[in-house]
Design a protein around this ligand. Structure first.
Ligand code: HEC
Ligand code: HEC
Ligand code: HEC
Ligand code: HEC
Ligand code: HEC
Ligand code: HEC
Length: 425
């Protein structure tokens, strides 16, 4: 009996430890975040106005302790602060009441709000914006391992108990097979290896052709930091077709020469260097531009066109290396995103105005497109004051839902932005 107890106690303590490990302290600390996301995030963002006001800075503007009364019953509160707030946000209606929230829960929510920082916009090339999914798969991996261990321990306990009980009633059993020879374990091991191999094979195959962080060497070291950053040249000056066509386009040499007929030297404050740290001479790079343009910097005019091919002798287009490139089976249109969807270049391309040479910031994977379509709202037509995109006046159902408060916004997904044929030829 005492042996029986010992085995049981040992495994029990082990199990307890493992369970505690798997419930790491993080899940307790995340309370405020979870509450915020499930109850408040429909209407509030910590740092930006949304359906309701941005919440950060709440302590500085509200009367002390006011927040508890407000969250419990916003409709009933009629002090001057509440009335002013309601007038200002009349268009959004009155906030939902949450009488069920306790003080400490509200504190946790507001703590999360105060500590919230918007996701950092990338510095330097070696950054992935899919960290979230990485974090999750790590968590799942660890959990799987923990459960596998628990299963293993339970199996051992079970077989030990069986042995004990067999001994007790005097049943003869052959010596147990050590576990590394045990067929069940071997089988499980082989299946595990297959699953793991399969996972990496599929993951690799899907990733084929993906080029996140791709940063080729260009024929001229052309710095977006110098042009779009320090000198504040608008993206659309060079990539103007992004507004009204599928492609953003790359400017021709003529566009460069609009300015560089008179800018022959680089004397700017930005240090020019390549990814590997080698310094770049800006003036020499501008001279390369003159070669391509067929410009004579000394005479300050284009070279003659003696061979009559319509361009100055020696002029040729710059062969920029294309960085972003979706597979041929995908349809992507810039104007739809810039002009209609009102997206910023930086959301998809990162902080281009801080890049020496451009690299591919996003994965350009299907999941990337779809995630954004699930989260982004379209500029939905508002029947009451005729604002928004008139095209969306046709969605009667959504208009009714908004009127009946079943819906407060329409995402790209709702208008069909996740249907296969929208993105695939
Ligand atoms: C249905 C939308 C909605 C939800 C859900 C919602 N709010 Fe609000 N909230 C508003 C609106 C709108 C206002 C502005 C006042 C008004 O018009 O009612 C507001 C105002 C506030 C204010 C005052 C802000 C200030 O500037 O002083 C606080 C604090 C607040 N909400 C906290 C919360 C918390 C915490 C939650 C989640 C438990 C929450 N809200 C959920 C819509 C919402
Ligand atoms: C003065 C002209 C000019 C301005 C202004 C400019 N660009 Fe560019 N851009 C270029 C040229 C030339 C290239 C091709 C060379 C390269 O890739 O660096 C390019 C390349 C790019 C690429 C990569 C294209 C590819 O091959 O996939 C992106 C993305 C881009 N620009 C975005 C922007 C954004 C966003 C802004 C504004 C913040 C901007 N550009 C401002 C001239 C300009
Ligand atoms: C709207 C004016 C303007 C246009 C258009 C323009 N540049 Fe520039 N460029 C500048 C200015 C300003 C500087 C910085 C000069 C300084 O600070 O001394 C500069 C600097 C440069 C430099 C040296 C720094 C570096 O980035 O390596 C190169 C090379 C260059 N430009 C190439 C180009 C090319 C290629 C194009 C066309 C795609 C182009 N520029 C279009 C204004 C322009
Ligand atoms: C919704 C995401 C998104 C936004 C916003 C966006 N782009 Fe792009 N951009 C892409 C994708 C995806 C590609 C690759 C397109 C392809 O291969 O067909 C691309 C390609 C490019 C290229 C390479 C040439 C081309 O047209 O294929 C340039 C230059 C460019 N973008 C500039 C810009 C500029 C400038 C802006 C802002 C005015 C902008 N982009 C906004 C996603 C975006
Ligand atoms: C940063 C967010 C964002 C990303 C990333 C993004 N989109 Fe979009 N997309 C939008 C928005 C917003 C609209 C809605 C524009 C509108 O109001 O019609 C849209 C609309 C579209 C539409 C039209 C949908 C319809 O129902 O008419 C297509 C097609 C599309 N996107 C393709 C793509 C593809 C392909 C990618 C990935 C390569 C992509 N998008 C990545 C934000 C994004
Ligand atoms: C919002 C745009 C969008 C929608 C909607 C969309 N896809 Fe994709 N899909 C893409 C992009 C972008 C790629 C290229 C991904 C890459 O290069 O890794 C892709 C790639 C694929 C691939 C090739 C495998 C791969 O990952 O490269 C298949 C198969 C595919 N999509 C099927 C579908 C099906 C089926 C649907 C409908 C359920 C669908 N797609 C809806 C954008 C979209």
């Amino acid at each position: 009996m005492s042996r029986f107890r010992k085995i049981f106690n040992k495994s029990f303590v082990g199990l307890l430890l493992l369970t505690c490990l798997s419930l790491s302290h993080k899940s307790f600390a995340a309370d405020g975040e979870a509450l915020f996301k499930s109850m408040c995030a429909n209407c509030h963002k910590p740092d930006k106005d949304y359906t309701g006001p941005a919440l950060q800075g709440w302590k500085d503007r509200q009367p002390d302790g006011w927040i508890y009364k407000w969250v419990a019953a916003p409709g009933a509160l009629i002090d001057p602060y509440a009335s002013a707030l309601k007038t200002k946000w009349k268009a959004s209606g009155i906030m939902t009441a949450f009488p069920q929230l306790k003080k400490d829960e509200i504190d946790a929510i507001m703590k999360y709000v105060d500590e919230y920082k918007p996701p950092v916009v990338v510095e330097g090339p070696k950054n992935s914006n899919d960290k979230n999914t990485d974090g999750n798969s790590l968590l799942f991996g660890v959990l799987t391992l923990v459960f596998a261990l628990i299963a293993f321990i339970l199996l051992q306990v079970n077989s030990n108990l069986k042995k004990l009980s067999d001994e007790k009633i005097g049943v003869y059993r052959s010596e147990p097979v050590p576990f590394y020879k045990n067929k069940t374990y071997l089988m499980a091991g082989v299946i595990g290896l297959f699953a793991l191999g399969g996972y990496f094979a599929i993951d690799g195959a899907i990733g084929l052709g993906r080029m996140q962080n791709y940063q080729p060497v260009q024929p001229i070291y052309y710095s977006h930091t110098v042009h779009a950053g320090t000198n504040q040249i608008s993206c659309l000056y060079c990539h103007g077709t992004a507004q009204d066509s599928k492609h953003a386009g790359i400017p021709s040499v003529n566009v460069c020469m609009n300015c560089h007929k008179s800018i022959a030297k680089y004397e700017g404050p930005d240090k020019l260097e390549r990814e590997d740290g080698t310094a770049v001479n800006g003036t020499a790079e501008i001279e390369k531009l003159y070669e391509y343009a067929g410009w004579d910097p000394i005479a300050k005019e284009y070279k003659a066109d003696k061979n009559n091919d319509g361009v100055p002798d020696g002029a040729k287009p710059i062969q920029w290396v294309k960085i972003h490139n979706l597979p041929d089976h995908v349809y992507f249109n810039h104007s739809q995103h810039i002009k209609v969807g009102k997206q910023q270049c930086q959301t998809c391309h990162g902080n281009i105005q801080e890049m020496g040479e451009v690299y591919q910031f996003s994965t350009l994977s299907m999941g990337w497109c779809i995630n954004c379509h699930r989260e982004s709202k379209v500029d939905f037509f508002n029947k009451a004051d005729s604002t928004g995109n008139k095209f969306y006046s046709i969605y009667e159902k959504f208009h009714n839902d908004i009127k009946n408060k079943k819906l407060d916004s329409v995402t790209v997904e709702k208008i069909g932005g996740t249907e296969c044929q929208k993105c695939h030829y």
